[in-house]
Write a protein that binds this ligand. Structure first.
Ligand code: GRF
Length: 299
């Protein structure tokens, strides 16, 4: 069974911005049966939002601003120095917007992945969605590939395909592909960590493996809302309308936790109290009637 994990590989994730792919890796690594953990997140952009995601997950972060270095090589020396401070088996480029030199790539040959939002080898480089739409392609997708010196050229590990709709804009297409990206990256990491991938310079062999099941969002605890109280005309039980549980707005990873008193709990207490008062009323009426009956009998 592939799901039982005894040893995890160590990842360094390199980002430049939003970090939604980083988040998908963080979420996957939160599963104790996922065979990898993140040692370090590095950004070349100091205000990359992905750094906040990493910090929120308690992951070590580093910023190495490329602009502070006179050359690509010197930037990469700093990058390599930082990487060597942590255990790193695999580098994941996740929206990392720097081209790496062939020396750096050779240093991590077979140990560095990239994600690209197209079906490589088609549409390497930037503005892929615009170009896919202009070419009236019927499908597009994303590719996880090993990094080799040529831009977006290394051997493919995983591809996910999506249909291109006639109504698509670059934004809608990007959003649909991004959903697949978030499945593909953890899947690729898992394949490597489980030792299922044989890496060759221009091809990749993948061994049989159980399918990857992405972590499901945890369901919010359901509080049964109270049915609205109706004033009963008599002791007969009133059929209460069924009220659907209120839908909770989806929370993103940075939403403030709810700390307020639950209004459903207050309403529930009120309902219990009113039920009790109603029962007491009928008890008093019953006892009074009984006393009157006894008095009449005695007279
Ligand atoms: C993704 O679309 C990825 O394919 C591309 O850059 C984008 C990064 O997005 N290389 P995010 O920072 O992971 O949200």
């Amino acid at each position: 069974m592939d799901g039982i994990v005894t040893k995890k590989i160590n990842l360094a994730v390199l980002i430049s911005g939003r970090g939604s792919n980083l988040q998908s890796i963080i979420d996957a690594c939160a599963d104790e049966n996922f065979p990898a953990k993140i040692s370090l997140v590095i950004s070349n952009e100091p205000d990359a939002y992905g750094l906040e995601r990493a910090k929120a997950a308690g992951i070590a972060t580093a910023t190495i601003p490329h602009k502070a270095y006179p050359s690509r090589k010197e930037f990469e020396v700093a990058l390599q120095e930082k990487l060597s401070e942590y255990p790193v088996d695999l580098i994941c480029l996740a929206g990392f917007m720097r081209v790496l030199t062939s020396e750096f790539v050779a240093r991590w040959d077979g140990k560095m992945l990239n994600i690209h939002p197209s079906l490589l080898p088609a549409y390497t480089g930037l503005h892929t969605h615009e170009r896919v739409l202009a070419a009236k392609e019927k499908e597009s997708g994303c590719t996880i590939h090993f990094v080799t010196p040529g831009l977006d050229e290394g051997p493919t590990l995983i591809q996910k395909r999506v249909a291109v709709m006639p109504t698509d804009t670059p934004e809608t297409l990007a959003a649909r592909i991004l959903v697949e990206e978030h499945i593909a990256y953890p899947e690729a990491i898992r394949l490597i960590a489980l030792g299922k991938v044989k890496y060759g310079k221009d091809h990749v062999e993948i061994g049989a493996v159980d399918p990857y099941i992405p972590p499901q969002p945890k369901p919010a605890p359901v509080t049964e809302p109270p049915a609205p109280m109706t004033v009963a005309p008599g002791p007969a039980k009133v059929q209460q309308p069924i009220v659907k549980p209120q839908e909770k707005a989806p929370m993103d990873h940075h939403s403030a936790p709810a700390g307020d008193i639950d209004p459903a709990a207050i309403a529930h207490s009120q309902a219990t109290f009113l039920e009790f008062a109603k029962a007491a009323k009928y008890l008093v009426i019953g006892v009074t009637a009984l006393l009157i009956l006894m008095a009449i009998t005695l007279l």
